[in-house]
Design a protein around this ligand. Structure first.
Ligand code: 5GP
Ligand code: ZN
Length: 115
C-alpha cells in the first residue's frame, strides 16, 4: 500500500535498521524501542493484521514463527536469556501501524500481565 510506512520500509523507500531479510519478510529495529532489544518482523506483502491473514498466508505465517523469530532472537543474542513475541491487533490490542508486525523484545525482564 502506497501510504503504509511498513510497505515503504519493506521496499526500501523508507530507511530502517534491518537485522534480517529474505524473500518473504524484513526484520528491523523499532524506532522507539520498548526494551534493550526490540525488533519488528513484517511480511513484505501488505497484510493489515492477523484478522486479514488468509489460507494462502499459512506458509508465510509459519515461516515467521518457525524460521524468522528464532533466527532474529539468535542474532540479538536473547534466545537463551528469553524474549517476548507480541502481535498487537486492532485498536484495543494496541496496534498503531496497520501492517501486520511481530514484535520481538528482550534484554530485560518482562513483566506480566502486559499493560
Ligand atoms: P504497534 O503499536 O502497532 O504494535 O507497533 C508499532 C511499532 O512500530 C511501534 O513500536 C513503533 O515504535 C514502531 N514504528 C512506527 N513507525 C516506525 C518507523 O517508521 N520505523 C520503525 N523502525 N519503527 C516504527
Ligand atoms: Zn503495508
Amino acid at each position: 500500500m502506497s501510504d503504509c510506512i511498513f510497505c515503504k520500509i519493506a521496499n526500501k523507500e523508507a530507511k530502517s535498521n534491518i537485522v534480517f531479510e529474505d524473500d518473504m519478510v524484513v526484520a528491523f529495529r523499532d524506532l522507539d524501542p520498548k526494551a534493550p532489544e526490540h525488533v519488528l518482523i513484517i511480511p513484505k506483502k501488505h497484510i493489515e493484521s492477523i484478522n486479514k491473514l488468509e489460507q494462502v498466508d499459512k506458509e508465510l505465517a509459519a515461516h515467521i514463527l518457525v524460521d524468522v523469530v528464532p533466527k532474529v532472537a539468535q542474532k540479538l543474542k536473547i534466545d537463551e536469556s528469553g524474549y517476548r513475541v507480541v502481535i498487537n491487533t486492532g485498536d484495543e490490542g494496541g496496534q498503531t501501524v496497520k501492517h501486520l508486525h511481530v514484535h520481538v523484545l528482550g534484554g530485560r525482564n518482562m513483566t506480566w500481565p502486559p499493560g
